[in-house]
Design a binder for this molecule. Structure first.
Ligand code: GAR
Length: 202
């Protein structure tokens, strides 16, 4: 069984897109894969309600309860490891992770970032793309490394930046692509994993 754990901090729309895709595309039957849990560092994250509405177990590990980044990451890893995850999916999880955490999930930790990386890592990506005069913006799904918003690129989608766009306009256009791209990237990862297992088995 390939357990998928999704980490969120906010509205959880990417998480919900993945959960919906898992059902629609029958990941359980095709890849023996399930979204088993959604974890948030914020107790008030709207995505927690959304996850529960989809019947997915939720857990909160509130980062404000921990004295250090290392202590928080250790508690977060313990909560994740309960589910023996094959894949840990960061979906709007707005915390910088310690090198120890990243190493623990090496090769099975992915993130979505709302820019065409390596352009605009960090925050306020849409306003920065508009301010720079970009005519194209977009979204990247990548493997997580210790450097923030870096790592091998798994998938990208581009959208136009239109004259007069506000950051909100652009965010909305990019987010629509995120909801398509992230489930597709996870599914491709599952397909590759299955093929690898087939090779190992054979
Ligand atoms: C998404 O736009 C995601 O790309 C971004 O946060 C938003 C979360 O929305 N992530 C980052 O900026 C990470 N650096 P959601 O909670 O509705 O999925």
């Amino acid at each position: 069984m390939k357990n998928i754990v999704i980490l969120i901090s906010g509205s959880g729309s990417n998480m919900a897109a993945i959960v919906r895709a898992a059902k629609r595309e029958r990941w359980a039957a095709r890849f023996d894969a399930r979204v088993v849990a959604v974890l948030s560092n914020k107790p008030a994250a709207a995505g927690l309600t959304l996850a529960a509405a989809h019947g997915v177990a939720t857990t909160v590990v509130d980062h404000t309860a921990f004295a250090s980044r290392e202590a928080f990451d250790a508690a977060l890893a313990a909560a994740i490891d309960v589910h023996a995850p094959a894949l840990v999916v960061l979906a709007g999880f707005m915390r910088i992770l310690t090198p120890g955490f990243v190493a623990r999930y090496a090769g099975r930790l992915i993130n979505i970032h709302p820019s065409l990386l390596p352009a605009f890592p960090g925050l306020h990506t849409h306003q920065r793309a508009i301010d720079a005069g970009c005519q194209v913006a977009g979204v990247t799904v990548h493997q997580v490394t210790t450097e923030l918003d870096h790592g091998p690129i798994l998938a990208q989608a581009a959208v136009p930046v239109l004259p007069g766009d506000t950051a909100k306009d652009l965010a909305r256009r990019v987010l629509a692509q995120e909801h398509r791209l992230y489930p597709a990237a996870v599914e491709r990862w599952l397909r590759t994993e299955n093929a690898d297992e087939g090779l190992r088995g054979g």
